[in-house]
Design a protein around this ligand. Structure first.
Ligand code: KPL
Length: 310
């Protein structure tokens, strides 16, 4: 896709301006779009909506400033692109990216909750694929995006991305929306986020409660059993998994505490009767458990309870 002759060589605050295509204009896609545009980059937000969103979009920064940015929404994949950032829901990654995949020769970053979406893509050895996870909080309301919580984004090579290329993107992305770090074994932070989501998301969705309510004593026996199962399977999926049951539970409860006033994405999906990402969260580990001959009783029960309620 990169066509050097057509590249925009204007200078951003931190070097040459790049053209980034963002697929998925939910809260996290818009957060990156506003942040990258503010840092001087060119951004195209790919949309499949019949009516494209208004280009005038409000951005309320984490320190409370309101900025209006002109964002470019398009139905068509542009030419002369330097990076593709995919921020759709996990179950949309395949349909959103597949039509463009064969034309893309620049790095693709997949940033979504859950795991396994990359397995459904027809990527070949030429594709440079980076996986990412973030803890930033953002809320989308009509044409206003509020950056509700500062966080951290971790990126790592999944296939074929040179270390130097990864480092250049880490720096550009970090300047736009700090912090961004590289992890040499991206599977590890993804599995940790997955474990956190396997507990917080379905429980808050079933009970329609805020994340912080999971700190209540009444939830602890179920969270303990879930954590034991998660530890059992994840330690088999990553040879260098650094956690034990106790430290894993601490990490999960720390996120519940840090996001105590939030409704998880899954609690909101259930409330608004939208499809959830359960297949890519607990469902991902359940499918791995079949391959490994492990029975994830608690996780299966959560999935069944959610399905029964929908
Ligand atoms: O990622 C999240 C989600 O809601 O999907 C957590 C970490 C649970 C924060 O709400």
């Amino acid at each position: 896709m990169t066509n050097p002759s057509k590249q925009n060589h204007s200078v951003s605050r931190h070097g040459i301006s790049k053209h980034i295509v963002i697929i998925g204009h939910g809260a996290i896609g818009l957060l990156w779009a506003h942040s990258l545009v503010t840092a001087g980059h060119q951004v195209t937000l790919l949309s499949h909506r019949d009516t494209l969103p208004d280009s005038r979009q409000q951005f309320i920064t984490n320190d409370g400033k309101t900025v209006t940015n002109n964002l470019t929404f398009s139905h068509d994949f542009p030419e002369a692109v330097d990076l593709v950032l995919v921020t759709t829901k996990a179950y949309q990654v395949h349909s959103a990216l597949s039509p463009h995949l064969k034309h893309i020769s620049v790095p693709i970053i997949l940033l979504h909750n859950g795991m396994g979406a990359v397995d459904s893509l027809a990527i070949d050895h030429k594709h440079q694929v980076v996986l990412a996870t973030t803890t930033h909080g953002a809320l989308k309301n009509n044409d206003t995006l509020t950056h509700t919580g500062l966080g951290n984004t971790i990126i790592g090579n999944y296939q074929n991305t040179d270390e130097s290329v990864l480092q250049q993107w880490q720096q550009r992305l970090h300047h736009a929306l700090a912090s961004v770090e590289i992890h040499s074994n991206i599977k590890q932070p993804l599995l940790l986020k997955l474990a956190i989501n396997c507990v917080i998301n379905p429980l808050t969705a079933i009970h329609q409660c805020k994340n912080g309510e999971l700190l209540n004593e009444s939830f602890q026996p179920q969270i303990d059993k879930l954590t034991a199962e998660l530890q059992q399977i994840i330690s088999k999926l990553d040879d260098d998994w650094p956690h034990d049951e106790i430290s894993l539970k601490k990490m999960i409860m720390a996120v519940a505490k840090a996001t105590a006033n939030n409704y998880s994405s899954m609690a909101q999906d259930v409330k608004y009767q939208r499809r959830t990402e359960i297949d890519f969260i607990n469902g991902y580990l359940i499918s791995k458990s079949h391959q490994l001959g492990i029975n994830l009783i608690e996780n299966n029960e959560l999935v069944a309870t959610l399905a029964a309620g929908s």
